[in-house]
Design a protein around this ligand. Structure first.
Ligand SMILES: [Zn+2]
Length: 580
């Protein structure tokens, strides 16, 4: 009897980063053996967890295939992201040039920096999908990547190097899930329980070092460890990039990357880094260990989104705040203030979109997407209270999430369709009703009723706060422009401004990602109620110049501790405030 070990095709990529001119990467690919079914080379249309159109084919500048004698084989761009190869079985080598996404102008769908690529004199960021594609039929096969770079550089990534100096990825999904940051970096390492944690930092002028970052986040990593009763990964890599603009962060299974404007570590920047790390790091629980089959093997050609975004992002955002409360890193008052802010923010969005609908349509609902971090987190908080209530304070959402994390795992997806039922079967029949009403449905959230159970008062309409200025409008970002998301009924401008108007200029300054925070925080520091600001909005491409008077801000959704709570309510609150 013979037993054969299947020999998987290996695709080897080479990059030479010693040549870093013109914001272009030259990628050399040795595909080993191709056949007719592999004739399409596919670049990604998007990447998991980004919910944005990327269409990396837009950045490809040349694409050539060669046989073993160095003769060129005919190739053709079939569509935005696909190149076909006329005789795939004869291909020995493919060479293509692909521009970096950070510095290459595009008309629309700019790729957020944390999900993009950058090649500069002193640093390089590689997100797998920005450089590498895959042959149809080979998405699940291993990839090896060799990178030549200057001797004095460091390379930070969760990928492992093999003995021959190649980074090894098990699949195309794995390489996309494993960014690589190289350059003049600093590095710092620690161990949290059993997990080895590395921090790599690029800071344009050397202002911020990995040791600063690690000092800033170590208590959060410990709180995560307490919350998950042992972290579910052996290694984890943080990649920080400080340069000229803040874009945010992107999570991966064994790493995460953070794009910030370089600045001294002010309290505000520290707070932002801590909150962002608490969120991104929790993704090692979900989606890494709790995800559906749609996440397990992502469709890079025509993405199909999971309805369980409420879990991946909503529960994660909830966890990132409750776990620091439960480790006494934050106070109950701060926790409740954050809850208040989330619900205030969530008021900007229409009530008619359910969390499951938002999940499935996340790419098209780009301007609604951020609500998953707001309403999604609030719904998770309510689910926690509901579970604690039903179990008499013995089993909350943390406990169920930890059970799910053990039941499933990185390579064992849950069933996209039956998950609500499976979750309900693990808990209480009443949870089906909760999912129907607040996750799949759009019923008003039972904030007063639920928070009362843990001795916390909730007031929906809190009157006006004369210490805060406002225009009675909610501002949103649609991926390209700052827009008026909603005009409050009470706003003096409800007849003048319309939802959908693009805010072009404020006090003569053109609004951009780079200056929006500065402009609005400047106004809130220097202006008072009754003062005027100038604003230019674009409606149907026509500019409208306005002079607007600032009013007092409405202050809704106020939480406070009920000093007259019953013993039972206090008992449940105590259970809620700690890791059981
Ligand atoms: Zn997230």
């Amino acid at each position: 009897m013979f037993s054969a070990i299947p020999s998987l095709a290996q695709q080897k990529f080479y990059l030479d980063l010693n040549d870093r001119g013109n914001d272009i990467f030259t990628v050399t690919l040795l595909p080993q053996k191709l056949s007719e079914e592999n004739r399409i080379y596919q670049f990604a249309s998007t990447a998991p967890g980004t919910y944005e159109r990327m269409d990396l084919g837009r950045f490809v500048r040349s694409f050539q295939a060669y046989d073993k004698d160095g003769n060129e084989i005919e190739t053709k761009q079939e569509s935005l992201n696909q190149w076909s190869i006329s005789q795939p079985e004869n291909v020995e080598k493919i060479i293509y040039e692909i521009e970096d996404t950070w510095d290459t102008p595009v008309d629309s769908d700019y790729v957020y920096r944390m999900g993009g690529s950058n090649i500069e004199d002193d640093n390089v960021l590689i997100n797998g999908h920005c450089l590498f594609g895959y042959f149809h039929g080979m998405q699940s096969e291993p990839i090896l990547v060799k990178i030549d770079y200057p001797d004095d550089w460091l390379a930070g990534t969760a990928l492992k190097l093999n003995d021959d100096g190649y980074y090894e990825a098990e699949t195309y999904d794995h390489i996309v899930d494993s960014p690589i940051l190289l350059g003049n970096l600093t590095r710092e390492s620690t161990t949290v329980s059993e997990t080895k944690v590395d921090v790599f930092t690029y800071s344009k002028t050397g202002l911020i070092k990995s040791s600063d970052i690690l000092g800033l986040i170590e208590d959060i990593l410990k709180a995560e460890d307490d919350f998950t009763k042992g972290l579910p990964v052996d290694d984890y890599t943080f990649l920080f990039h400080f340069q000229d603009v803040s874009h945010g962060a992107w999570e991966h299974s064994y790493s995460s990357e953070y794009i910030y404007k370089e600045d001294s570590l002010t309290e505000r920047l520290k707070q932002s880094i801590r909150e962002t790390v608490a969120h991104e790091f929790f993704h090692i629980v979900t989606p890494l260990n709790i995800h559906s089959e749609l996440v397990e093997k992502f469709n890079f050609e025509k993405p199909v989104m999971s309805q369980h975004l409420w879990l991946y992002e909503g529960v994660t955002e909830w966890a990132s705040h409750i776990l620091i409360l439960r480790d006494s890193i934050t106070t109950l008052e701060d926790y409740l203030n954050d809850l208040h802010r989330k619900i205030m923010y969530s008021d900007n969005f229409p009530d008619s979109i359910s969390l499951t609908y938002l999940g499935v349509n996340a790419v098209d609902l780009h301007d609604q997407y951020i609500n998953i971090y707001m309403k999604g987190a609030v719904v998770a908080a309510l689910l926690d209270i509901r579970l604690l209530d039903l179990s008499n304070g013995e089993r909350g959402l943390r406990d169920v999430i930890n059970e799910l994390s053990h039941k499933y795992g990185p390579k064992k997806p849950f069933n996209e369709k039956t998950f609500f039922g499976d979750f309900t079967a693990m808990t209480y029949p009443e949870i089906a009703d909760f999912f129907n009403r607040y996750v799949k449905g759009t019923e008003p959230l039972p904030l007063k009723e639920y928070y009362e159970k843990i001795g916390i008062n909730y007031v929906k309409e809190g009157g006006y706060d004369s210490s805060q200025i406002s225009l009675g409008i909610q501002v949103g970002f649609d991926g390209e422009n700052f827009i008026i998301a909603k005009v409050d009924d009470e706003s003096p401008y409800s007849d003048i401004l319309k939802a959908g108007d693009i805010i072009d200029k404020v006090d003569g300054e053109k609004l951009s990602m780079a200056n929006v925070q500065k402009i609005f925080s400047q106004i809130s520091k220097t202006h008072k109620i009754g003062d005027k600001i100038e604003m230019t909005v674009l409606r149907d491409d026509e500019p409208i110049d306005l002079e607007l008077t600032l009013i007092a801000r409405k202050n809704n959704h106020i939480f406070s501790v009920n000093e007259n709570a019953t013993e039972k309510e206090i008992e449940l609150r105590n259970a809620w405030m700690r890791n059981l």
